[in-house]
Write a protein that binds this ligand. Structure first.
Ligand code: AMP
Ligand code: GLY
Length: 422
């Protein structure tokens, strides 16, 4: 079979690798991919939102199935465009992707279906939003309604910070029309966890649990990023809690969508806050998490293509997914300055000094080939070194050992990934 993956990050590298490992995949393509993905797939420089070119490629190359990594093409309706052409794609339709693309939609949906989440109010006017903050005080969380590349959520510790957030999102329009509406919600206290599941719209199969580190600096300090590292399993998600998450969050979500006439096929991600032992939804993503996918898929012990095809054919009830007992850890190597401004085009050395194998793998995020053909940095998150181990500690030690070999100008990474699980 021929398979196409859409996207260019570490998550997509992990997807491509899992697909390439399957005997069912004869050839893998990636649009646009990166320097690491290019070792496993044919990378074609088409932007993820250029549906017409992607569909032409799929038809021309007789690609059997397409998998989508990032949220933007899903929110823009790539699955709808494929469906219209009778082409196979693993990913939710535009209506279902609203769960991630509109926080107002997601909150109202959760309210309708009794899914636990923080108390909230929606505002379209900055004056009313400010009034609400004055009345309620802080801490409080301000969220732009639409997609804002992970920057649209501000946890304000005092009233001034909350007012600044309203100003930034609603008045200055820092995220454009994504800030036409804001959610102001109760600040939950607890520990976060990421919970991902496969679903064909009816059957749901959970993935192993994971946890990412959103803040840029050690000790979970500094601004939020796309994620500086992740590990699996997350000890806070016990079997008992996993059952509660499935029963009170994941199952009601898929059932609720179905009841509303929205079939959700693909990967569903719930960002959770575990507060006093109970899970609350902070956000939904309609895709795999990045970097959670890297450690989670390292633990997959089943054929990934079987899962993708079962989702597509709505036969997920016919398969069983096996996971390795090992733990896994991924540490992101970033460009100094990320998530703010950073320099690109830095040559990366040391990648040949060790061998990626089943236990250790370097997933590329923002990398490309420089003029001399060498691998260079081309993004804020550059690569994610990932390892399996008997324990989280063993996996983490392996990761940091490999990192010692890798160098590029301005390379920055957190030294405390997985500290909660040691
Ligand atoms: P989101 O994109 O909605 O997941 O928000 C990004 C990050 O902001 C989350 O990972 C949390 O760290 C934080 N956050 C979001 N909502 C809340 C909340 N209601 N209470 C506390 N922290 C929150
Ligand atoms: N790591 C969080 C996300 O993928 O949204």
């Amino acid at each position: 079979m021929k398979v196409l993956v859409i996207g260019s990050g570490g998550r997509e590298h992990a997807l491509v690798r899992a697909i390439a490992m399957s005997k069912k995949a004869d050839k893998v393509y990636c649009c646009p991919g990166n320097a690491g993905i290019a070792e496993l797939a044919e990378c074609i420089d088409i932007a993820p939102d250029d549906f017409e070119s992607i569909i032409n490629l799929v038809k021309y190359e007789w690609i059997d199935v397409t998998v989508v990594g990032p949220e933007a093409p899903l929110a823009k309706g790539i699955a709808d465009a494929f469906e219209k052409e009778g082409l196979k794609i693993t990913g939710p339709l535009k209506k279902a992707a609203q769960l991630e693309a509109s926080k107002v939609f997601a909150k109202e949906f959760m309210k309708r279906h009794g899914i636990p989440t923080a108390e909230y109010r929606t505002f379209t006017s900055p004056i009313h939003a400010e009034e609400h903050v004055r009345l309620k005080g802080a801490p409080v969380v301000i969220k732009a309604d639409g997609l804002a590349a992970g920057k649209g959520v501000i946890v304000a510790v005092d009233v001034k910070e909350a007012m600044d957030a309203i100003d930034l999102i609603m008045k200055k329009k820092a995220f454009g029309s994504a800030g036409d509406r804001v959610i102001i919600e109760e600040c939950l206290v607890g520990e976060e966890a990421s919970f991902m599941a496969f679903t064909d719209g009816t059957t749901i199969l959970p993935m192993v649990s994971s946890q990412d580190h959103k803040r840029v600096y050690d000790g979970d300090k500094g601004p939020n990023t796309g994620g500086m590292g992740a590990y699996s399993p997350a000890p806070i998600v016990t079997t008992e809690l996993e059952n509660v998450i499935m029963e009170t969050i994941i199952e009601p979500t898929v059932r609720g969508l179905k009841k509303e006439g929205i079939k959700y096929k693909g990967f569903l991600y719930a960002g959770l806050m575990i507060s006093d032992g109970k899970p609350y939804v902070l956000e939904y993503n309609c895709r795999f998490g990045d970097p959670e996918t890297q450690p989670v898929l390292m633990r997959l012990d089943s054929d990934f293509m079987d899962i993708l095809l079962a989702i597509e054919e709505e036969k997920l009830d016919r398969i069983e997914i096996k996971w390795k007992k090992n733990a896994s850890v991924c540490v992101v190597l970033a460009s100094e300055g990320y998530p703010g401004d950073y320099e690109k085009g830095k040559e990366i050395s040391g990648l040949d000094s060790f061998k990626s194998d089943d236990d250790v793998y370097v997933f590329h995020s923002g990398t490309s080939f420089g003029d001399s053909g060498n691998v260079t940095s081309s993004g804020g998150r550059v690569m994610g070194v990932t390892a399996l181990g008997e324990s989280v500690r063993e996996a983490r030690d392996k990761v940091y050992e490999v990192i010692n070999n890798i160098r590029f100008d301005g390379m920055y990474y957190r030294k405390d990934i997985a500290h909660r699980a040691l």
